[in-house]
Design a protein around this ligand. Structure first.
Ligand SMILES: N[C@@H](CCC(=O)N[C@@H](CS)C(=O)NCC(=O)O)C(=O)O
Length: 455
């Protein structure tokens, strides 16, 4: 039996009978550790028109809270893949409220009108008062948590999925016939095992790790969670001192998944979840990397610091009984970052120029990874074959031959570029690097322009 039960919290009685957790605040084991329960709705949207949930424009709706990192990663995909016209979305209010008069459950609710709180909107589809009502519409015998995100099927009037890790995979590949940025592949075949491996420790120690710190009810599980969290943050800092992104020089799913947690770090987790051993701003690489991802076109619109702070400080009375919201630190994530230094050598030698705001996707692929194959195009010689959709594929076993993050030979090249002056590179490798980098940028520019044109 999973020793997680809401009555532990309600009665403060560890021998009370256990029920399925109805809220994250109740997911505490007998040892006082936070234990997250798994999502229940796990269907997949497919590009196959004959599937139960085909990727049709206008058919699906994403319910989110701007406060929630898991929902925000789905919204981030929706924006950066260019799916806004295909998939609509609505955000709930940030502070949990009573969802029914007949019981004490506290959860996500919709505002009564568009003007109640900027960013939050009434449910445009079902007129639901709460996210709980959506779960009850989808299933009459659901007894779990009423979490966001919820990916809703307007046609079948049901929940397709409430698991963000799977929703982002669907958004990455299955809507490519209608996505405005179909060429952007955040889970490309040649990086999949690295991404899976990276996700595993980042989820456990950082994404979920901050919750383990914040929701621990005893000192020991808190101490252990903090130790693991900071070991993992130190590891990220080390990786990002050598390469631009977590899995090489290509922005990937692993980066988006890390971003949604670290963007909340100093504003909330450092204070509310007691993750105060070191701030994000004290990690130069992680901090600049966070700013860079925030500045990816579309991303900043997914970050609503007001909702984030209102939610955490206002919805967990066992942690912050008076709901006081700390005033700082109010970080400007749109201020300049220094991540371009990873590509400075390349930029200098680059005949096609560096990425610009109007052509941002060049920016993402400054390294030596092969280019993704645009949908419907034969693979470029030398590019791994596209095995088709990966959504629904169970995570692969970690590949022991790979480093924790990144092919060692690519990392070595990145190290030399970032930390050594040009004259320390051998002339022949410099020439071949410059040539292949220029060629790749040209091909990418062509691929991105072509895909924009096609859509
Ligand atoms: N596994 C889910 C987790 C989602 C989740 O925990 N969402 C939180 C908000 S950050 C939630 O809605 N909690 C409601 C509750 O605990 O009652 C996912 O990644 O999609």
């Amino acid at each position: 039996m999973n020793l997680v039960g809401w009555r532990i919290f309600k009665n403060n009685n560890p021998v009370a009978d256990y029920q399925m957790a109805r809220s994250a605040l109740d997911e505490t084991s007998l040892s006082g550790a936070f234990v997250r329960t798994a999502s229940v709705f796990r269907n997949f949207i497919s590009r196959d028109p004959n599937s139960q949930f085909p990727a049709e424009p206008g058919r699906y709706h994403l319910y989110i809270s701007y406060a929630c990192p898991w929902a925000s990663r789905c919204l981030a995909y929706l924006k950066i893949k260019g799916l806004e016209k295909a998939i609509s979305f609505t955000s709930v209010k940030p502070i949990w409220e009573r969802t029914k008069e007949s019981d004490e459950h506290m959860g996500w609710v919709f505002p009564a009108s568009d003007t109640e709180l900027a960013g939050a909107e009434p449910d445009p589809l079902n007129g639901a008062k709460s996210i709980r009502e959506l779960y009850e519409l989808a299933s009459t015998n659901y007894t779990g948590k009423y979490t966001v995100p919820v990916l809703w099927d307007k046609r079948l009037k049901t929940i397709v999925s409430n698991e963000s890790a799977e929703i982002i995979r669907m958004f990455n590949t299955e809507f490519n016939d209608i996505a405005e940025n179909a060429a952007l592949d955040l889970y490309p075949p040649h990086l999949q095992s690295q991404i899976d491996q990276t996700n595993e420790w980042i989820y456990d120690k950082i994404n979920n790790g901050v919750y383990k710190c914040g929701f621990a009810r005893k000192q020991e599980p808190y101490d252990e969670a903090v130790k693991q969290l900071y070991e993992a943050l130190d590891k990220c800092e080390e990786i990002l001192s050598k390469q631009r992104y977590l899995c090489g020089n290509t922005l990937s799913e692993a980066d988006i998944r890390l971003f949604v947690t670290i963007i909340r770090f100093d504003e909330v987790y450092a204070v509310h979840f007691k993750c105060n051993k070191k701030l994000l701003r004290e990690y130069p690489n992680l901090f600049n990397y966070t700013k860079e991802i925030f500045q990816v076109p579309g991303m900043s619109s997914t970050v609503n610091i007001d909702h984030i702070k209102r939610h955490y400080y206002g919805s967990h009375p066992s942690i912050n009984p008076f709901g006081i919201i700390p005033s700082g630190p109010d970080i400007d994530f749109s201020s300049p970052h220094d991540r371009d230094r990873r590509g400075r050598l390349r930029a200098r030698a680059e005949p096609l120029g560096t990425a610009t705001a109007s052509d941002p996707f060049l920016h993402y692929r400054t390294g030596s990874e092969p280019l993704p194959t645009p949908p419907g195009k034969p693979p470029t010689p030398g590019t791994p074959p596209d095995p088709g959709s990966s959504a629904g594929t169970p995570p692969r076993e970690p590949d022991p031959a790979q480093s924790a993050c990144g092919n060692p030979s690519k990392r070595f090249a990145a190290d030399r570029i970032s930390s050594s002056p040009v004259d320390s590179l051998q002339a022949s490798s410099l020439f071949s690097f410059v040539f292949s980098s220029a060629l790749q940028r040209f091909e990418l520019r062509f691929a991105v322009r072509k895909s924009r044109f096609d859509v």
